[in-house]
Ligand binder design. Structure first.
Ligand code: SAH
Length: 346
């Protein structure tokens, strides 16, 4: 299946020109695609629609098949169907300053972190750039009643490891920030990775100007290896070198995610070790209580431990916040996204 959202404006122009239709049709087609329309919903001559369909093109990469809204905080979890009937999830979070969408980059994931539901069935396939973009376009359309440009911020933190799908993830970054497209500022885009260091350096060299978020979750290799298999390949030291490189190139503060697991990474000793690790690096640490995933069995830290840990970081001069978990009642919180729908569980 060829998804039209995978193509740049120039490429769409070529496709339209090959069809023999007038050049201005490319603009109409492109606008329709970014409004989230299907081919037959765009004001185009039937001959062009027929041509595109016969050539195997489809407009959108995803279709919303389900949406649940959290009663706690208004977070919406979307279930999207792909052309091959695989399903992925995305989450829309509403904040005072705007709306953030959390998008998926792969069906499943092969990183197999001990606390995360996304990798329960391994990696099924990569998403194309157009399939990632289509999640943003579809949710934008679904929320336009509130606001014309419903989505202001994007986090690549849904299922999958974005840097394990480097080419399509970066193509997505180029498409979504294109002024002809959604024109979302790269400064409002954050990519979260478990720490694929070679790819972090490449991302720095290619100068995307996005915020880099690292799922650190431990101050040393010993603890990290217990929960993240990738720690056997890249050590904490490698990560710190890679993020320093990223900061030096981009000038953008690094964000670390630190999910707190009861009795594993939540001691004051860990807080001190973490403080030493990040010393001198412009960064911010997001603490988050581990969300419960039943197959995984790991428990989040209790309130007192989190408070103590946070105070210790602050005393050490480390910038940190305890991130509010959103969408917990709809399994939309971090690490809870999974291939549930396909298994008929929704
Ligand atoms: N693969 C990328 C993108 C996933 S982002 C990455 O590792 O960063 C999802 C974020 O939620 C990551 O920081 C991940 O480590 C975290 N996470 C996964 N499972 C979690 C859970 N059960 N509770 C809290 N955070 C979790």
């Amino acid at each position: 299946m060829k998804i039209l959202l995978d193509y740049t404006f120039e490429e769409i122009k070529n496709i339209v020109s090959q069809s023999g239709e007038a050049g201005y049709r490319a603009t109409q087609l492109f606008d329709g695609l970014y409004r989230g329309a299907k081919l037959d919903e765009i004001n185009l001559p039937k001959s062009l629609i027929n041509y595109l369909q016969n050539e195997g093109y489809t407009a959108q990469g995803v279709e919303i098949v389900h949406c649940v809204e959290s009663k706690l905080d208004g977070t919406k979890k979307y279930i999207f169907k792909l052309w091959d009937n695989n399903v992925i999830e995305g989450v829309l979070m509403k904040y005072k300053y705007g709306n953030t969408i959390c998008v998926s980059t792969q069906v499943g994931c092969r990183m197999n972190c001990a606390f995360c539901a996304s990798g329960l069935n391994g990696l099924v396939r990569n998403l194309t750039a157009g399939e990632i973009l289509s999640q943003v376009v579809a949710v934008n359309r679904d929320n336009k009643s509130d606001d014309r440009r419903a989505i202001t911020n994007i986090v690549l933190m849904g299922s999958g490891e974005p840097l394990d799908n480097y080419d399509d993830t970066t193509k997505f970054l180029r498409l979504v920030s294109d002024e002809k497209g959604l024109n979302i500022s790269r400064r409002n885009i954050s990519l979260s990775t478990c720490g694929l260091c070679d790819k972090i350096k490449r991302l720095a060299d290619e100068d995307y100007g996005i915020t880099l978020t690292i799922s650190l979750h431990a101050p040393n290799d010993e603890i990290r290896k217990k929960i993240m298999p990738i720690a056997n390949k890249y050590g904490v030291k490698d990560i710190m070198q890679a993020v320093r490189y990223y900061f030096d190139k981009s000038g953008r503060r690094i964000i670390f995610e630190y999910s707190m697991v009861g009795g594993l990474n939540d001691s004051v000793e860990c807080a001190d070790e973490l403080s030493r690790l990040v010393k001198g690096l412009p960064c911010h640490i997001n603490l988050i209580r581990l969300n419960y995933v039943k197959e995984k069995g790991l428990k989040g830290s209790d309130d007192a431990k989190i408070k103590e840990f946070k105070q210790r970081l602050e005393r050490n001069g480390v910038s940190c916040t305890l991130r509010r978990s959103m969408g917990g009642d709809i399994d939309g919180a971090c690490g809870q996204l999974r291939r549930k729908y396909i298994a008929g569980e929704v």
